[in-house]
Write a protein that binds this ligand. Structure first.
Ligand code: GUN
Length: 298
């Protein structure tokens, strides 16, 4: 029995943040200003507030300007669109991120559509989704799938010709992940809740990316021996101890580790990559806005 290794996303994310910090220093030397990331938080959802706080801290740590715009859950769609327009027109803002989900009375799609695609560091705007789909290298790419791709390339090197199965078809992870893997010349299958024989489909894969949001749904026995597994899931479930909870992924890690070559743990795998890639995307967007070449090593 081969025991797979744990893929340390936390360590990789730290290295990436270090490279971003070097790129930021170079940007500041060339332009005399810091790249700026504006994060908009509507309402007081505790999980969103935690994310926004860690994003702000990480932004400052790499030498960028962090601007936070907190608005009450009662904000109207028109007021939120006005704020987005203001940030679009603000020359000190290179990246705009509107934390999702928004309260139910607000229309996410309309808000995202209003963000200047050149400042869309989440890569959610249809212009960026379209650029990714046609392989335009100027696309801003969603942070989580970009982080997954970086981990895969670091583990496996050239991905060309590999069988990749992406489980989940969201616009935020599954679809852009599939486009990125296709861009690396993988043979890509997108599986989802209606897929027949998911176990059989997963068993074909050299690369499995699980992004379904269902705790430990992907069983260890489904994994082909020697495959590499990226677990995007973050699911809170009851812990063994009464009244406590814990975070698990979409993959049965304990079962998969004896089959696979490597697997990202939850927590400490994909999660830390997302913010690191957000910082990278902000520097990429800032450099493009200043007419500077793509920063090196990112
Ligand atoms: N909510 C959870 N993750 C994300 C993300 O990556 N971007 C945005 N905008 N909202 C989120």
């Amino acid at each position: 029995m081969t025991l797979g290794k744990t893929i340390d996303g936390k360590a990789f994310a730290e290295k990436l943040r270090g490279r971003v910090a070097v790129g930021v220093a170079d940007f500041v030397a060339k332009t005399g200003r810091k790249p700026g990331l504006a994060v908009v938080l509507v309402g007081e959802d505790p999980a969103s507030s935690v994310y926004v706080r860690s994003k702000g801290k990480a932004t400052v740590e790499v030498g960028m300007e962090s601007l936070e715009f907190k608005r009450p859950a009662t904000i109207s769609q028109e007021e939120l669109l006005e704020l987005v327009e203001e940030l679009n027109g603000d020359p000190s803002v290179d990246g705009i991120l509107v934390q999702l989900p928004l309260p139910k009375h607000l229309d996410d799609a309309e808000v995202i559509a209003r963000i200047n695609p050149a400042k869309d560091v989440d890569g959610f705007h249809v212009v960026n989704a379209g650029k990714l789909a046609v392989g335009d290298p100027t696309a801003l790419v969603p942070c989580t799938p970009m982080g997954c791709l970086m981990l895969l390339k670091d583990e496996l090197g050239d991905l060309s010709g590999k069988e990749a199965v992406v489980i989940g078809r969201s616009n935020i992870v599954g679809k852009p992940m599939a486009a990125l893997l296709l861009g690396e010349s993988c043979t890509v299958t997108i599986a989802h809740s209606r897929t027949h024989d998911l176990a059989g489909v997963v068993h074909r894969a050299d690369i499995v990316v699980a992004a379904v949001g269902r705790p430990e749904m992907v069983k260890g026995s489904w994994i082909k021996p020697g495959a590499t597994v990226i677990d995007v899931g973050i699911n809170r479930v009851p812990a063994d101890e009464e009244g406590k909870t814990k975070i698990v992924g979409d993959v049965d890690t304990a079962g998969a580790i004896s089959h696979c070559a490597g697997i990202t743990p939850v927590p400490g795998g994909v999660g830390p990559m997302t913010i690191a890639v957000l910082l990278r995307n902000t520097l990429v967007a800032a450099s493009a806005r200043e007419g500077l070449p793509m920063p090196e090593g990112l």
